[in-house]
Design a protein around this ligand. Structure first.
Ligand SMILES: [Zn+2]
Length: 268
């Protein structure tokens, strides 16, 4: 009944021999659909292999902002042929990351400029292919990456939708995303004791305006914080948010699934 709309099943933290058990534990927890995101060109084939093996796993393909320095000039042309594959349900994970320092040989300005160019190019590609975009933003302080991503999204919002994943920003910024036709998604941070503002935001969002995710293997929810995360734990996140919203888990699951089904191609 639940959908984990953002995980990384091809991560090196998930050895391939463990994938059957991870997908099975998700199903036991009622997490019956998974969206696994590729973050680099090398990450596409292993994600597609998992999606091919499991009818309930789809994947997104894109270049993560922390990986843009490895992307060749023709990276968008290398993504394009995969988009007709019915196992591909979205473009991403892409976005802007102003948190991590620029890699060796890059200035912060050049690295961020390359991220912005590629985010824009991902939107164009999404528009061409009638797909939506999964966006990561992260700042050390303030919200410059989110504001820059919103500006880029705004240029494409008439033809593409975006989800701002692992949303931890303000109600005003959530509203700005929704007003453009986008979505936010909430993950393990909403369960952290020191992030009550995120849970409070999730409690007050309009039904259908957000999705649920783990971002596994990262960001395990309370009480598993610090451990390797996995898709089954989207259930703990859903329980916490349903409780904060004063609604039944089934209702929250149905509403967030509807949002996911309208966002990702070929998932229902
Ligand atoms: Zn991610």
């Amino acid at each position: 009944m639940l959908t984990d709309t953002h995980c990384h099943l091809a991560s090196h933290k998930f050895p391939s021999e463990e994938i059957p058990a991870i997908v099975a534990r998700a199903a036991e927890a009622g997490v019956t659909r998974l969206v696994s995101l590729a973050t680099s060109l090398d990450d596409i084939a292993p994600n597609l292999a998992i999606a091919d093996a499991y009818p309930n796993v789809h994947c997104g393909i894109g270049i993560h902002p922390c990986d843009v320095h490895h992307a060749p000039d023709d990276v968008i042309d290398q993504l394009r042929p995969h988009l007709s594959n019915p196992r591909v349900c979205a473009i991403g994970e892409t976005g802007l990351d102003y948190y991590h320092p620029a890699p060796e040989g890059w200035s912060d300005d050049d690295f961020r400029q390359r991220q912005r160019e590629l985010l824009d190019a991902h939107f164009e590609l999404a528009s061409e292919n009638k797909l939506n975009v999964v966006i990561h933003t992260r700042d050390r302080s303030g919200d410059a990456s989110l504001q820059d991503a919103l500006s880029i999204y705004r240029k494409h919002a008439s033809s593409v939708r975006a989800v701002f994943h692992c949303f931890i920003s303000t109600p005003e910024n959530a509203r700005a995303v929704i007003e453009l036709g986008g979505l936010v998604s909430f993950g393990g941070v909403a369960t952290f004791k020191n992030a009550s503002d995120v849970l409070d935001l999730a409690a007050h969002m309009e039904a259908g305006s957000f999705m649920l995710e783990t971002d596994s293997p990262y960001l395990s929810p309370h009480p598993f914080r610090g451990q390797r995360n996995e898709p089954a734990r989207v259930r703990s996140i859903a329980e916490k948010i349903a409780e904060a919203r004063g609604q039944a888990l089934e209702d929250l699951a149905a509403q967030s699934n509807r949002a996911a089904f309208s966002f990702f191609r070929g998932i229902e």
